[in-house]
Design a protein around this ligand. Structure first.
Ligand SMILES: Cc1cc2nc3c(=O)[nH]c(=O)nc-3n(C[C@H](O)[C@H](O)[C@H](O)COP(=O)(O)OP(=O)(O)OC[C@H]3O[C@@H](n4cnc5c(N)ncnc54)[C@H](O)[C@@H]3O)c2cc1C
Length: 382
């Protein structure tokens, strides 16, 4: 079966993005993993070359290309080359809809040029020490004081947390007369008095991506920093989740494919019992099972990408794609690592890094159990 998701334009884009990663990311990947953050000059260069926020209309500095297939090409190339960091996923898949669809014209003029030219790194802060899966339990507040909002509280596990120039914060804030049940999305700029970051958190994987705790104490921001409908922050954030979850599914399918390709090469070459590992029937069966499972995943994910672009992807379809493909990703990578034997457990083998990096996919963006709840409820309530 031939894959028919892409046009020649997407393939041309793939080739230029791959060249960009090969020259600008791969030589530095190890260094970024060691220092725990992606190089700032790389992000600026990515912006300069049009790889950040390309959906943004030209008048605000973007390319005006609204086609999620370009995002998926990027994800596939990031996985295939092994380039580190979640810069593109965060910027293009997760943050773009917030900055494009939830902002007014004044805010667009203020923030979008820096977002697309790579000068400004953004983050999205929803999770708190006491509220992760159960986001309705968040305690960060934004009290109204004249033309200002005063934020108090903390957020945890925030991607780009230590390097960001701007962070979108989900906080309780009575902006529409609904009391403390209301939430809003509020942009806080680095350097704002009362906004502090904790030390970067040490993770078992995705080490080139900084993740931090954020603190807000009497942190004052103008009311004009509210994005989305005031008082409807939670609902605004929910709107973007199918796209965010599909992005994880795309990465999951690509990672499983890459792991299988590595395992195939290895088992064809590795000699044991008078032949290659791949000549052993049980190894071939393991390879065959993974190959088939990945093809099934790929078909579903590609179909979801088309549905997203058509505005038809439902929250439960995206949740199903997220949990099923990230479970598969971890299971495939684990089976592939096994086929590498002791070599698979060595840091210099890419499969080892893939194994470490994969695990969080089943946790963030909504734990997989929560995804099943979404699918289950949609099924039962239908
Ligand atoms: C590397 C990393 C990056 C992250 N980046 C961000 C970010 O940029 N912004 C942000 O806001 N957040 C971010 N997060 C937070 C992430 O989204 C949360 O960790 C996730 O939503 C789970 O919340 P929790 O950790 O509080 O786990 P909990 O809510 O305490 O859940 C723990 C476990 O309990 C089980 N569970 C929970 N609820 C249910 C349920 N309803 N049914 C059945 N089982 C359930 C699941 O197994 C779950 O894994 C990041 C996390 C990590 C690890």
């Amino acid at each position: 079966m031939k894959r028919d998701l892409y046009t020649p334009d997407h393939e041309a884009f793939r080739s230029s993005f791959r060249t960009f990663l090969t020259h600008r990311a791969l030589p530095f990947t190890e260094e970024w993993e060691t220092v725990g953050v992606v190089g700032r000059d790389f992000i600026t260069e990515a912006g300069r070359q049009g790889y950040l926020g390309f959906e943004v209309p030209e008048e605000f500095g973007g390319l005006g290309i609204r086609d999620f297939r370009y995002n998926t090409v990027m994800a596939e190339e990031l996985v295939d080359t092994g380039a580190a960091g979640d810069t593109f996923t965060m910027h293009n898949d997760i943050l773009t809809p917030y900055l494009l669809e939830q902002t007014d014209d004044e805010q667009k003029k203020r923030w979008l040029p820096g977002f697309t030219n790579g000068e400004a790194v953004w983050a999205l802060a929803m999770t708190e020490p006491g509220a992760g899966s159960d986001l309705a339990a968040i305690r960060t507040t934004a009290r109204v004081d004249g033309d200002e909002l005063v934020l108090d509280g903390s957020k945890i596990f925030i991607t780009n947390g230590s390097s960001c120039d701007f962070v979108i914060v989900l906080a309780r804030s009575d902006l529409a007369g609904g009391g403390d049940r209301e939430t809003s999305l509020i942009v806080v700029e680095q350097g704002t008095h009362g906004f502090e970051r904790g030390k970067p958190l040490h993770k078992i994987g995705r080490r080139a991506q900084d993740t931090a705790e954020l603190f807000f104490g009497e942190c004052r921001v103008p009311r004009s920093n509210v994005i989305g409908i005031p008082g409807r922050g939670f609902a605004s954030a929910m709107k973007n989740l199918p796209r965010e979850r599909l992005s994880m599914a795309v990465l999951a399918a690509a990672s499983a494919e890459k792991a299988l390709a590595l395992a195939l090469d290895h088992t064809r070459e590795r000699q044991a019992f008078g032949g290659s590992l791949a000549a052993l029937q049980s190894v071939r069966m393991t390879l065959a099972e993974m190959h088939t499972e990945i093809r099934v995943a790929r078909s579903y994910v590609d179909r979801c990408v088309v549905a997203l672009d058509a505005g038809e992807l439902t929250p439960d379809e995206a949740a199903g794609a997220k949990y099923w493909t990230t479970d598969l990703q971890c299971s495939v990578i684990d089976r592939c690592l096994q086929l590498f034997g002791g070599y698979g457990y060595m840091e210099e083998y890419p499969i080892a890094k893939m194994w470490r990096d994969a695990r969080v996919q089943r946790i963030y963006g909504g734990a997989n159990e929560v995804m099943k709840e979404i699918v289950g409820r949609a099924l039962v309530d239908r």
